[in-house]
Design a protein around this ligand. Structure first.
Ligand code: HAM
Length: 423
């Protein structure tokens, strides 16, 4: 029979890599929680109009990438392509935002029907952070500083660059959009096919076209900075001052517009040179209109999404993962009596030393075979528990790595010894 394989672009995360994933996720949790952010968990599936209304109808995500289908009741539902929409929907539904400040984070899988390649998958994972209820540039700076802190914790600061831009207020953007359309209409014959399609529907996206043919047109296009109201100018200037104060290097990229429609004022991306084409590790910005747009009270907000596979690839490339053994101690049990008593002894040890990874040999075969498996497990020591040990209430401890030495110790002495091993 033909073997069934995983769906294209959807990866299995095997045990060897899961230890790294757990390490990475725990570092992330530690940093975001140290800034007072609290976790929110929302469904992986939402009603499709939620995404259409928030991300925007004429975005790549909604036009080409969203996984949506009718459920058995005929309702159109979608696998979440991003986390902001669901988070805001949940916050409105449960009254989290009205006259309140919320610092929220989430981590989990997201789905986009993209052409898979290194760093781009159809199921991928994000850390999302959403900071609601504060309109100042200080809030924007806080989440950027938190990201810089995370890079530092992971030891990868010098491999990530920050780009920032402003999209101004909704009104600024409308005026800029028109000026851009007027300019691009004059240069219509220089536009590539993609840009021609985007011209009426989503002209701002033309600005971040990667096609070299578009370089010239983009270079002389109007820039948003010339259309900003005083308030937006001040917001952007304040953010720059705060980043400088915090010693965070950045470049202003006037072509950074992001692929989702809900942003205003600040937008930013962290990119790396280490991953080839999929260089954007993290992106975000301010979205003061979204809560109201989804039926809540007007609430200022800012946030980001961090692509965890890209961060993982970067850490792997830089050899930044610590080596973690999945077995510390291996228990060999010889003979019927020891096999019966051994499983209880193992449990007692696990209760006393909860961080220790203790594996028991359940094969009930020869000492030689068990010791071979103990060695292969990567454990530092083997505990040998046989008939004699049971009778004398002792245990034999064998060093599997350095000396290979062996010693018999009393049952009571085993707990401090194992606590020491975990160190
Ligand atoms: P986004 O820029 O669409 O923003 O996604 C954020 C990050 O997710 C990207 O920078 C990238 O690292 C990762 N990513 C996106 N698509 C894929 C993919 N197909 N495969 C692997 N990684 C991917 C958002 O999703 C917004 N919700 C961010 C946000 C939160 N803005 C405000 N709050």
């Amino acid at each position: 029979m033909k073997q069934i394989q995983a769906i294209r672009g959807m990866s299995d995360y095997l045990p060897d890599t899961c230890a790294n994933w757990q390490w990475l996720e725990s570092k992330i949790r530690q940093v975001v929680q140290s800034y007072g952010y609290r976790e929110i968990r929302t469904p992986l599936i939402e009603k499709t109009p939620l995404f259409v209304r928030s991300i925007g109808k004429v975005t790549d995500i909604v036009e080409k990438e969203i996984y949506c289908f009718d459920d058995r009741n005929g309702e159109n539902i979608a696998l979440r392509p991003e986390g902001t929409a669901g988070c805001i929907r949940a916050g409105i539904e449960h009254g989290l935002f009205y006259h309140q400040i919320q610092r929220l984070w989430y981590m989990g899988p997201f789905f986009r029907y993209e052409r898979p390649q290194k760093g781009r998958y159809r199921q991928f994972h994000q850390l999302g952070v959403e900071f609601l209820g504060v309109h100042t540039a200080h809030a924007d700076a806080e989440i950027i500083i938190m990201l810089a802190h995370l890079w530092q914790t992971l030891g990868i600061s010098e491999h990530l660059c920050l780009e920032i831009n402003t999209l101004g207020s909704h009104e600024d953007r409308t005026r800029f959009r028109q000026a851009l359309i007027d300019y691009l209409n004059v240069h219509a014959d220089e536009l590539d096919e993609d840009s021609k399609k985007r011209l009426q529907k989503n002209p701002l996206r033309i600005l971040d076209s990667k096609n070299p043919q578009m370089k010239n047109v983009i270079e002389y296009a109007p820039q948003i900075t010339d259309y900003l109201c005083t308030e937006s100018q001040q917001h952007f200037q304040c953010l720059q001052n705060l980043l400088t104060q915090a010693n965070i290097a950045y470049t202003i990229n006037p072509y950074l517009v992001r692929g989702l429609d809900y942003y205003n004022d600040t937008v930013f991306e962290w990119t790396t040179q280490e991953l080839g084409a999929q260089s954007a590790v993290c992106g975000g910005g301010r979205y003061n209109g979204l809560v109201e747009q989804l039926g809540g009270q007007k609430t200022p907000a800012v946030g980001f999404g961090l692509g965890l596979e890209r961060l993982y690839l970067l850490l792997e490339k830089l050899n930044a993962f610590p080596s973690t053994a999945h077995t510390d101690v291996y228990l060999c049990m010889l003979g019927d009596t020891a096999q019966c008593a051994g499983l209880s002894l193992a449990k007692q040890i696990r209760v006393a030393c909860p961080d220790l990874k203790l594996v028991t040999d359940c094969h009930a075969d020869s000492f030689k075979k068990q010791l071979k498996r103990a060695d292969k497990s990567g454990a530092k020591i083997a505990l040998i528990f046989g008939e004699e040990e049971v009778q004398n209430q002792v245990i034999t401890v064998k060093d599997l790595r350095d000396s290979g030495s062996q010693q018999r110790i009393s049952m009571d002495a085993i707990f401090p010894l194992l606590t020491d091993i975990k160190g």
